[in-house]
Design a protein around this ligand. Structure first.
Ligand SMILES: [Zn+2]
Length: 189
């Protein structure tokens, strides 16, 4: 399988390197070609906007170093929530010619994944995330731990904990939280 040189991913930036060119694999090739400045550079820099491509490159970098793109995307999601990045519109492009601003957690996460896949020479149209039926975004999974209670006996726990993975849309649904389930519901899951 063709791979990109780690250094090209670690030290490069989509502002001057065209990662959409799948034949560009090494730092020396990039040097030969010279700086290939992003067509959106002046727009982006003037307003100090954030760019999904830059974040996607970061996700690709950590994937190269530590493996597991899916985990890097979940880490990005947590970080973006903490830093308030989802309140902003981000630039995105699927070809480095046409740029548009995107918003929404699901759209941003999917754009970051798409570019990380471009950088890693994976199929950008594949995704770890299923689509949401209600918006154009995606669904995440959250692991929750539910205490098992006995039906009809208020507050009586069996001491058992049921762990479940709950799919939810970060834009349409509240984040699933730990809670309780009743013992007679268990076989429903
Ligand atoms: Zn949704």
């Amino acid at each position: 399988m063709t791979k990109r040189e780690l250094k090209l991913i670690e030290e490069g930036t989509p502002c001057v390197i065209n990662y959409f060119d799948r034949n560009l694999l090494t730092v020396s090739q990039a040097k030969e070609r010279g700086q290939d400045i992003c067509p959106n550079y002046s727009q982006c820099e003037k307003n100090q906007n954030m760019c999904a491509l830059q974040i996607g490159l970061e996700a690709a970098k950590y994937t190269m170093q530590k493996g597991n793109l899916k985990k890097q995307l979940y880490d990005f999601y947590d970080q973006a929530l903490n830093q308030g990045w989802f309140n902003e519109e981000l630039w995105d492009s699927i070809n480095r010619r046409d740029f548009k601003k995107i918003k929404g957690k699901g759209n941003i996460l999917r754009a970051v994944e798409g570019f990380a896949r471009i950088v890693l020479l994976k199929d950008p149209f594949e995704s770890f995330f299923p689509g949401c039926e209600r918006c154009e975004g995606i669904k995440l999974e959250k692991i929750v731990h539910n205490s098992v209670w006995v039906r009809g006996m208020r507050g009586a726990g069996t001491g058992e904990v049921k762990t479940q993975s709950i799919p939810y849309c970060p834009d349409c649904d509240p984040e699933p939280k730990n809670g309780i389930v009743y013992d007679d519901e268990i076989n429903l899951f």
